[in-house]
Design a protein around this ligand. Structure first.
Ligand code: PLP
Length: 348
């Protein structure tokens, strides 16, 4: 006897990265920031606690929208906040893609997109990246019932970027919205935020989990033209962001000096990681995110992941059917990366 809709019975469900609850791991598997968030965040949370939590929060996270609007150079009504950017991706899929309709994604990319399509009983259409991690014309092809296209930019697992002019060209040719998932854009050289005003089909989502070091908080947002935001608002939970996360996220985005300093540390360590992995014989893609994608031309990498884990260094082993496998390694501190490279050197 099953009580579930057939599509729910048929799907396996998204499996998040491992989150060991014991100390002692060097954790380089889910692209968290190794440094503590801006000190302004702690102060904002304490202040919010002093005010008390008896009342519901602002349903639209208005304080954050105002602060973020100043930082990003848009109006507050162009912003919708979510409980992590995963919440934004869920809201967009629920709002735009119905049963039997299509959602397009590049492959390999963020595995959650396919799960979101399955939840809607929708069809997902994977367009393979070319070997150089660019995307061909197929990505913008009009097709029956195509309702939403996701583009992680920078992509995961590769850390590569599709340049904004190519993104705009894809969006202009597509018959439906293109959600550019910029969870990692603060570590990149370019981003698509400016395109939102030029094309109503472009939505840009951002996360505070990675570049603001707040993965434990759960806060993300999307920027889109106001009539698109109005449609998405109908779908979200009434209070999808809580009072503490709104206060913390508002403080975090207000501290752009912290962001710039953190970014430069991460970029320097990314260079160190890339160089070290190549020295060990890996093919490591030039990354614009806070992780690198590492394939070994001569040796299976799953045993390396397992050996590293025994040594209390946790990286992400990814195996994409019809594509191949590799190790995705988050940029930690210099010390963490040096330990990871030393342990790897002993086993490759
Ligand atoms: C491409 C991509 N988008 C979105 C997310 C979700 O981030 P958040 O913590 O904001 O939900 C992740 C997290 O790993 C990601 O890799």
């Amino acid at each position: 006897m099953t009580y579930f809709r057939p599509n729910i019975d048929a799907m396996t469900g998204y499996v998040p990265g491992e989150q060991p609850q014991t100390d002692g791991f060097i954790k380089l598997n889910t692209n968290e920031n190794p440094y503590p968030a801006s000190p302004a965040v702690g102060r904002a949370v304490e202040e919010a606690l002093r005010r008390g939590l008896q009342k519901y929060p602002n349903a639209m996270a208005q304080p954050f929208r105002q602060r973020a609007a100043e930082v990003l150079g848009v109006e507050p009504d162009w912003i919708l906040c979510g409980n992590g950017s995963d919440d934004i991706l869920t809201i967009a899929t629920r709002a735009l893609v119905g049963q039997g309709q299509r959602l397009r994604l590049p492959y390999p990319s963020y595995v959650l997109y396919k799960t979101l399509a399955e939840l809607q009983d929708a069809r997902s259409e994977e367009v393979h990246f070319r070997p150089d991690w660019s995307l061909g014309e197929d990505f913008a092809r009009a097709s029956d019932d195509l309702r939403l296209v996701f583009l992680p930019n920078p992509n995961s697992p590769s850390g590569t970027v599709i340049p904004p002019d190519a993104v705009l060209e894809f969006a202009r040719r597509l018959p439906c919205p293109l959600l550019v998932d910029e969870a990692y854009a603060d570590f990149a050289e370019t981003n698509c935020m400016d395109l939102v005003g030029r094309c109503e089909k472009i939505l840009v989502s951002r996360s505070l989990s990675k570049s603001y070091a707040l993965a434990g908080l759960r806060f993300g947002f999307v920027v889109a033209q106001p009539h698109i935001i109005d449609g998405l608002v109908k779908v979200k939970d009434s209070y999808n962001c809580d009072a503490l996360s709104i206060a913390a996220a508002t403080a975090a985005i207000g501290d752009q000096d912290w962001l710039a300093e953190n970014r430069s540390k991460i970029l320097a360590t990314r260079k160190r990681l890339t160089k070290g992995m190549r020295k060990l014989g890996f093919e490591t893609v030039d990354s614009q995110a806070n992780f690198t994608w590492n394939v070994h031309p001569a040796q299976p990498v799953q045993p390396l992941y397992e050996r590293l884990k025994e040594d209390r260094v946790l990286v992400r082993y990814m195996n994409y059917p019809n594509w191949g496998d590799g190790l995705r390694i988050s940029v930690g501190t210099d010390e963490q990366i040096d330990t990871c490279l030393e342990r790897l050197a002993a086993i490759v």
